[in-house]
Design a protein around this ligand. Structure first.
Ligand code: KG4
Ligand code: ZN
Length: 335
């Protein structure tokens, strides 16, 4: 069964709208993403209240632009990120989709944002189920098993910060703008990862738990002792710092994934989420992991194309009108 899906993503600080035909989902008929990064600059991170206000304006702009090209009759079903994420931003996207459902009597497919970060892989690669997934985003770091199209079980989740937070919070300590991940990645390419040593948190053979908050604290202590490194971001010591700190984050992911893959050794691995853009992560896993698929960088950070694609794989989960008006959001997902 083919269908045309209008999907929205608004769980954090990107408002994104995508319209696909499931016959050729890799070529969206309409696709626009508005990032709120600039609005977050003064705060050095995502402020939920500011994100919510932005979404409520941007979402209307995107829907109006969409209807300049398409008519409601073109849409078979709506799809929306309902979990997990920030409550105000999620409610804004869901509210917009419910309004369309109410006005045009359309069904809605609720989508798990984390699963979508991985399922985006099917737009460009044929990965069989079940597969092992590493989700590395700004708010989540998880090892999961995707059993089939709509079924994901969590094997391990970080105890505290996500890998993306280790980049963003660490970058803030270094005086870099939010989001610092791409900036650290860029500086690191000209630095030496062996210059300074940062610990791999919970590096104990018998402890598969994952944690990243200790890294940020180790960086803080290091910078208290070596404040001059921050004076010139174009000098080698700063680039070395970025490379060394990045190396510790990526080695932590590598080490923890090895520990948590036990029993799943034969499954292919899919890596998605914003941190999957990282060049060191891609080279380390690409060279040393037996069968790994990276979500293409353009689909790694938050976007509605991955939501539309995940919905395309879950057409049987459409919630018809008017029952879809009862849908709600969930800020967290339980293990
Ligand atoms: O998946 P995403 O867009 O948002 C969430 O769902 O949370 O991920 C955003 C995260 C930010 O923490 C950002 O710093 C990080 O992805 N990121 C990177 C890179 N590009 C984005 N981290 C490391 N290296 C990169 N090249
Ligand atoms: Zn995300």
């Amino acid at each position: 069964m083919s269908a045309k899906i209008l999907a929205i993503e608004s769980s954090c600080d990107e408002t994104s709208l995508c319209f696909i035909d499931t016959e050729s989902p890799e070529k969206p008929l309409f696709y626009q993403t508005i990032s709120h990064t600039e609005a977050m600059l003064p705060w050095g991170g995502v402020v939920p209240e500011v994100a919510s206000r932005n979404h409520s304006v941007k979402v209307i702009h995107l829907i109006k632009t969409f209807f300049q090209e398409f008519s409601p009759r073109d849409i078979d079903t709506l799809a929306v990120t309902t979990h997990p994420g920030l409550s105000g931003p999620l409610l804004t996207g869901l509210g917009a989709m419910k309004t369309l459902a109410l006005r045009y009597q359309k069904p809605i497919i609720p989508i798990n944002h984390l699963l979508a970060h991985l399922e985006a892989i099917h737009l460009h690669h044929q990965v069989p189920y079940p597969y092992l997934g590493l989700i590395v985003s700004g708010g989540h770091t998880m090892v999961v098993k995707v059993n089939k199209q709509q079924e994901m079980s969590i094997i391990r989740s970080t105890l505290d910060d996500a890998a993306g937070e280790a980049f963003d919070k660490g970058g803030k300590l270094m005086g870099l703008d939010y989001p610092a991940g791409p900036l650290i990645d860029r500086y690191a390419q000209e630095g030496s990862s062996q210059a300074y040593s940062f610990p791999i948190p919970l590096k104990n053979k018998n402890n598969p738990e994952m944690s990243f908050s200790g890294l940020k604290n180790a960086l803080r202590t290091f910078l208290e002792k070596n404040p001059d490194i921050l004076k010139d971001t174009n000098a080698s010591p700063f680039k070395d710092l970025c490379a060394s700190y990045q190396e510790a984050i990526i080695q932590t992911l590598w080490f923890k994934l090895q520990q948590n893959r036990q029993g799943y050794e034969n499954l292919p691995l899919v890596i998605g989420g914003g941190v999957a853009c990282n060049s060191r992560l891609r080279s380390l896993f690409g060279e040393h992991w037996q069968e790994v698929f990276f979500v293409p960088p353009a689909l790694c950070t938050d976007n509605a194309h991955m939501i539309a694609q995940t919905a395309a794989l879950q057409l049987d989960r459409q919630i018809p009108f008017p029952q879809c008006l009862e849908l709600t959001i969930q800020t967290r997902i339980s293990p």
